[in-house]
Design a protein around this ligand. Sequence first.
Ligand SMILES: Cc1ncc(COP(=O)(O)O)c(C=O)c1O
Length: 482
Amino acid sequence: MSDAKGIQPRSLDWSSDQLSQALHAASKWTIEYRDGIAELPVLPQVQPGDIRSHLAQKPPSEGEPFEKVLADFDKYIVPGLTHWNHPGFLAYFSSCTRGPSVAAELLIAAVGVNAMLWRTSPAATEVELLAVDWLRQAVNLPEVYSGLIFDTASTSTFTALLAAREHVGADIRENGLTDGPRLMLYTSEQSHSSVEKAAIAAGLGRKSVRKIKVDERFRMRTDALEQAITEDRQKGALPAMVCATVGTTSTGSVDPVNKIGEIARDHGAWLHVDAAYAGSGALLPELASNFAGWESADSIVINPHKWMGTSLDCSVLLYRNSTPFRSSLALTPAYLESEQPNSNLMDIGVPLGRRFRGLKLWVLFRCVGIAGLAESIRNHIEIAEAAAARLDANPRFNLAAPVSFSTVCFRAVGLGDVEAEDRWNRDILSRVNAEGRVFLSHTELEGRYTLRLSVGSVDTESRHVMEALDALERAANDLIPG
Ligand SMILES: Cc1ncc(COP(=O)(O)O)c(C=O)c1O
């Protein structure tokens, strides 16, 4: 059939047959990859530039068959991946993708919607709001909280800070940062760098971030917080936000949120709780005491992509009151006006376009269930505690912090020379990671190089962590200086 001008219509996209073949090939690849992942080295054995050098440097002018592209992906790209789903992935905080999230990502791509306005995909907005509410219920937060999903905790915390700026009445939305008192942000010296970055991005500046000292368990010291706020107010500064962390990045420590909340409220500051990693732990009733006081926060961030098994990106920002969020950023040009002005998620946050992230969280809850998610998390904590007990019983190692959630910090010790010990630990970590069976990371605690193991991949079993400890013990013996 031709149109009025005699032009033959043809689809410029794949035919249904081509798409079907590609999906079959991609799903076959996916199953084989995931079945065989434990046999791959967790960390790729490549140098910077290696991967790129194998790939064509100029884009193709004509399309190629998907099978050829998939073959190159398998041959040249996959060997350059760090396998976050590997059971030996014990570095940073895990971000592994459970099966239901893999399937959900396919559906998200298939429908390819943009949830910027309610009407640009009503179901995407409503499923996102519902999935966020399911998370709220699962972690036992009161009904007053609602929220939405961003890409990362960095974005969630930044967005909360913009709302806090409005909340303290600085009217920066209209006037910018040209005049008015200095706005301060308080957080512990153990909090994640994304908090300080939010202050940079929001125009407060690094000098407005007070990093409050921690106690011997790496928790924010509330006496130091009170003192810092009082000093700043005497100088005419305005406390805008206090950010407490439940599950700090280095050690998993838990700030005393209850007391911090009282102090924030007394001084008119916004309380944000960064529970990006450990928030998923609130699924477990036995961990409830770690979260005491978070129900009074103005905003909370939890990343299901860290410990629940949705694929990256899925960071849930919860808040008690959406008004400061809307008043900080909502801006509707004529071309985005709609008949449902209060239902548009573009009004909260910087991005206009919004992926259908709610689907993967909803699918995960549907397919795994709260009990299944809790079981994984409980299992990870038990494995981490067993690892800590083994390290503690070995005179060659010391625990460097109390074990919190599924994170263990430790060092090889006994040289009597701090610098030599730091070098030794560095060498141990390099050796163990180079072997490719497991991947651990490090941090610095009290100025000392510290090894760190965090259990969070859905397929990690006790034997994988014990294998990591075998490798650490071997490396510590082999590399002992002198
Ligand atoms: C406690 C905490 N907050 C925030 C972040 C930042 O997370 P994202 O990568 O989602 O921005 C991290 C990352 O590990 C974290 O550990």
